[in-house]
Design a protein around this ligand. Structure first.
Ligand SMILES: [Fe+2]
Length: 304
């Protein structure tokens, strides 16, 4: 089994160059062939995979590419995550599904008034070493092209955020990630270590849209009056998800093994940064870039 440090970028791989012919956002071409099951999903299968992913996303807002990182690399994937997991910022906070501050002017019964305890943690992007499998994927122009194609977007961009963008989500035993919406429209994640038990991803496909909050529907989920979809994810599975519109959570982790997953956040416009308050909430700190750009580039008017 190869150590990550041995996996280096190559340039000019024709399987990557020929996919859009547009220079892949002008980035240096990097191959992800060494860390992805190319035969199953990319290469000659690219168009079929994209067509299938688009269908899945259209119907459920979610698509899972099992074994996207092939089994031979799962131990490396797990070990790389476990090595940086101690650097996660752990916090237990009281949140609502929108991650907004309490608003006493909201009507009774509004889901924003329902508070939950969030007890998970994120390893920030600046703690994820170059060369790690998840870092290779996130910074790959070919992977970005693939993600954009699957989501049927002209392009996607890495966040311009020094802490968010690529993070490792750590959910320790006894912890969970309660119901929430993502800030980003498109979410891409990869499980690197599964929990012994629990830690199941649950979601409510397209429960809201860019123009409709659907507070009654969201409230029904919080009250336990709706049945979410449940997804069993395994290490190496790539999940494409529209987390801005689909309420979702990770159920409590049980057993002894923490659940680790890499979250690859992309935006449709370049230059996106998290807000100061959200960044401090997630990482316990902010970078100078957050202070300089105190607003998030938004494409909608949703609460958050
Ligand atoms: Fe999320």
């Amino acid at each position: 089994m190869r150590e990550t440090a041995d996996i280096s970028f190559r340039t000019g791989d024709p399987r990557i160059d020929t996919h859009d012919g547009a220079g892949l956002d002008g980035c240096v071409n990097q191959t992800i062939d060494d860390v992805v099951d190319v035969e199953r999903y990319l290469g000659d299968r690219w168009d079929d995979t994209v067509a299938w992913a688009r269908r899945e996303l259209a119907v459920t807002g979610c698509c899972v590419l099992s074994g996207f990182v092939p089994p031979g690399l799962h131990e490396t994937l797990r070990r790389e995550g476990a090595r940086i997991a101690p650097q996660a910022y752990f916090g237990v906070e009281t949140v609502n599904v929108y991650n907004t501050d309490p608003d006493p002017t909201l009507p009774a019964g509004h889901p924003a008034a329902v508070t939950m305890e969030r007890g998970n943690a994120f390893v920030a992007r600046d703690a994820i070493p170059p060369g790690a499998i998840i870092e290779q994927l996130y910074t790959s122009a070919a992977f970005r092209r693939f993600v954009a194609d699957c989501f049927d977007r002209p392009a996607v961009h890495e966040l311009a955020d020094p802490l968010a963008g690529l993070v490792l989500n750590v959910v320790d035993p006894g912890r969970s990630h309660p119901w929430h919406f993502d800030t980003n429209e498109l979410t891409v994640s990869l499980l690197t270590q599964a929990a012994d038990d629990g830690g199941v991803f649950e979601y409510c496909p397209n429960i809201r849209s860019a123009g409709v909050e659907n507070i009654d529907g969201v409230r029904a989920v919080l009250d336990g009056h709706a049945t979410p979809q449940r997804l069993t994810l395994n290490p190496g599975d790539l999940q494409l998800f529209k987390g801005r519109y689909s309420l979702h959570r990770v159920t409590p982790v049980r057993g002894r093994t923490p659940r680790h997953s890499a979250i690859f956040a992309y935006s449709e416009q370049p230059g996106v940064l998290g807000t100061v308050s959200r960044t401090r909430q997630l990482f316990g700190r902010v970078a100078p870039a957050h202070l300089a750009a105190d607003r998030l580039v938004r494409v909608d008017q949703l609460m958050d």
